[in-house]
Each structure stands twice: as structure tokens, then as C-alpha cells.
Design a binder for this molecule. Structure first.
Ligand SMILES: Cc1cc2nc3c(=O)[nH]c(=O)nc-3n(C[C@H](O)[C@H](O)[C@H](O)COP(=O)(O)O)c2cc1C
Length: 339
């Protein structure tokens, strides 16, 4: 299926919800939350794009790095490239039921698996959402990471047991969903987590725990103190709180303080392999991609997701070659120039 066909199919399915723009940058979204855009004014979503745009890459072609190795070891898994699928859920609310939750979860998890990488799945007020993700992970032989809302510790630990049984290599909590209106309205508790809370969760499982939605040094340090295995520097694609900085703005100061103490991922506005390279140069070990892979799933199912991931991985390799990087370890801040 060509990218054009994937895009036109996705445009049909998402009519009135998402324009499926050639560059998904939050400027023309017909919907926010619920929907595909950012919360409130949409500023935090657009800021992710602007923050990445603010960094330019230095072209280097006179060097001896003739081969590019993009392999990554992440929490005990070997991935062919440092790109994972982000959790994107809530088909009934966000996509007006035009896609089944189970179909979306399967397309993301299977598409990522076909490409050799991992997908994360999500959670929402409707228990069907978490279960759809878990079912897709089970079907993929445990190859996927379920991300749980910051519910009560008791509920989180009960869901972690299900993730363990499904064979998942790690489990996540999107801690930035602590103020989500859809959860509150459905009478479901979500709350900020203290270091003690994190310690209790980490101590209750042998799985590595990933905290998604970290935007400050203080929270990153709290994650380290609580014993989390990884953090995702993320503002939920601009869907948690309006007017946050872009993730590429805060990533360097966070990496400066916690890199080496905890695995570091980032997401928000990653659209191309060059964006992946920029996030890695700013301190991330790997990135998550949300909307572009959702659109690929919508227009092309698992095969669409697979192809989009391979395209981004190829772009990353080309960008590494043209900035003098032979491996992920060669990627450093020095390849960037601030515009
Ligand atoms: C429609 C939609 C639904 C999402 N659902 C979840 C979710 O259930 N859990 C979660 O942790 N993040 C969720 N996210 C956030 C993504 O995982 C990710 O952080 C964000 O989309 C990254 O930004 P990008 O879309 O610009 O790549 C969702 C994002 C969108 C657009």
C-alpha cells in the first residue's frame, strides 16, 4: 500500500476529526481533546513541533562512518531502531467509533512487531480500552508494553498482574494523566503520585516500570528516587495541560541530570527520522511516535504501521550518515545547531 493510499483512506475514515495533513503539526486540527489535536488552545501540541524545528542539524559528509548501526538495547529487549509506537487509544470518544479499539490496538502492536520494535498500549475510563491493548499484546506473544492511567496504587498493581500474565517485558504509567477530565467525569480516580507511591508500585513487580509524562528535572529526579526503570519525556502530545513547553525544549536539562541513572525516552512531534536524530542528540535513547503511526494504522492497518516505521528508520539511518554518526552512541549534542 503506497503512503498516498494510506493517507487517502485515513482521510476518509477521519473526516471531520483529523485532516491527515502532510505534516501533522497541530495547526489545522478540527478537533482537540476529545479528538486528535491538543487540549485547550492546542498550544502545547504545536509547541512540540516548534521546539524540534528550533534545532537544526550540521551536515557532515567527510568522515569514515560508512555503515550506520541503529540497534538499541532497551529494558532487556533488542530493537532494530530506537523508535517505538506510542499508546493511542479511545476510539469511541476520540474517533467517534469509526474504528474498533481492538482493531487499532492490534494494528499498532502487530505493525510494530513486524518492524521488530515495540508498541505501547493505553488505558481510559472504559475498561475495554486497556483490555484491547492487553489482548493485542497477548496475541503478539507478550511483545508490547501496556501503559496504565495513574489510578489508585491498588488498581495499578492489579492491572500490572495482568500485564505480567500477558508476558509484557515492561509496564508503564502515564503519570501526566493525573488531571484527566474523562477519568474524573467517569468517577474514576486518577492522582499525582508521590515518590513513596512509585516505590510501592516498583516494589510490587519484577517488571521494569516506565513513567510517561515527565516534563521537569524535579519529576525526573523523583522517578529515579522512586526506582522507575525509565521515563518518557512527554506532554501527552499536548493533550494533558495547555501551554507546557515543547518536549525538545526540556529534554536537554532533564538528560543532563538523570541520564545514566534511568532509561530516557521522549515523544511529541516526532515526524521524521531527522526528528528522531534530534531527540537522540538532545539526550533521549529512543522515541515514541503517536499520531503519524495512528494515521498509518487507520489507513493501512498493521502493514501501514510497519511501513511507516521502516520509512522513519531509513530516514534516521540517512540522517546519521549525513551527520557523521555510525552508531547511536555517536549521536551527541554537537551534531545540532540552534536556529
Ligand atoms: C488520540 C490520542 C490518544 C492517546 N491515548 C493515550 C493513552 O491512552 N495513553 C497514553 O499514555 N498516551 C496517549 N496518547 C499520547 C501519546 O501516547 C503520545 O504521548 C503523543 O501522541 C506523542 O505525540 P505525537 O502524537 O505528536 O507523536 C494519546 C494521543 C492521542 C493523539
Amino acid at each position: 500500500m503506497s503512503p498516498d493510499n494510506v493517507y487517502s483512506k485515513a482521510r476518509e475514515v477521519l473526516q471531520g476529526i483529523c485532516q491527515v495533513c502532510p505534516i501533522c503539526d497541530g495547526r489545522r486540527c478540527p478537533t482537540g481533546v476529545p479528538g486528535m489535536g491538543g487540549i485547550g488552545t492546542g498550544e502545547a501540541f504545536r509547541r512540540n513541533i516548534e521546539a524540534l524545528k528550533g534545532w537544526k542539524v550540521n551536515l557532515r559528509v567527510l568522515h569514515d562512518k560508512k555503515e550506520q548501526d541503529t540497534c538499541l538495547k532497551f529494558l532487556g529487549c533488542t530493537l532494530p531502531f530506537p523508535i517505538l509506537a506510542a499508546p493511542v487509544t479511545g476510539t469511541k470518544v476520540n474517533f467517534r467509533g469509526r474504528m474498533k479499539e481492538t482493531d487499532l490496538a492490534r494494528a499498532m502492536v502487530q505493525g510494530a512487531k513486524l518492524a521488530g520494535t515495540l508498541a505501547m498500549t493505553g488505558d481510559a475510563p472504559d475498561p475495554e480500552v486497556f483490555q484491547a491493548g492487553l489482548a493485542a499484546i497477548r496475541q503478539a506473544g507478550g511483545w508490547g508494553i501496556p501503559v496504565i492511567k495513574p489510578r489508585s496504587n491498588k488498581e495499578i498493581i492489579a492491572l500490572i498482574r495482568q500485564a505480567e500474565e500477558a508476558g509484557a517485558p515492561a509496564v508503564g504509567i502515564d503519570v501526566d494523566a493525573a488531571g484527566f477530565l474523562n477519568m474524573v467525569r467517569a468517577g474514576q480516580l486518577v492522582e499525582p503520585k508521590s515518590v513513596e507511591d512509585i516505590r510501592e508500585i516498583v516494589g510490587a513487580t519484577s517488571l521494569p516500570v516506565i513513567l510517561k509524562g515527565i516534563m521537569t528535572v524535579a519529576d525526573a529526579e523523583a522517578a529515579v528516587e522512586g526506582g522507575a526503570a525509565a521515563i518518557v519525556v512527554s506532554n501527552h502530545g499536548g493533550r494533558a495541560l495547555d501551554h507546557t513547553p515543547g518536549t525538545a525544549e526540556v529534554l536537554p536539562e532533564i538528560a543532563d541530570k538523570v541520564k545514566g541513572k534511568i532509561a530516557l525516552l521522549a515523544d511529541g512531534g516526532v515526524r521524521t527520522g531527522v526528528d528522531v536524530l534530534k531527540m537522540l542528540a538532545l539526550g533521549a535513547e529512543a522515541v515514541l511516535v503517536g499520531r503519524p503511526l495512528f494515521i498509518a494504522a487507520c489507513g493501512g492497518g498493521a502493514e501501514g504501521v510497519h511501513q511507516k516505521l521502516l520509512d522513519m528508520a531509513f530516514e534516521l539511518q540517512a540522517a546519521m550518515r549525513l551527520t557523521g554518526c555510525g552508531s547511536l552512541q555517536d549521536i551527541s549534542f554537537s551534531i545540532l545547531k540552534h536556529a
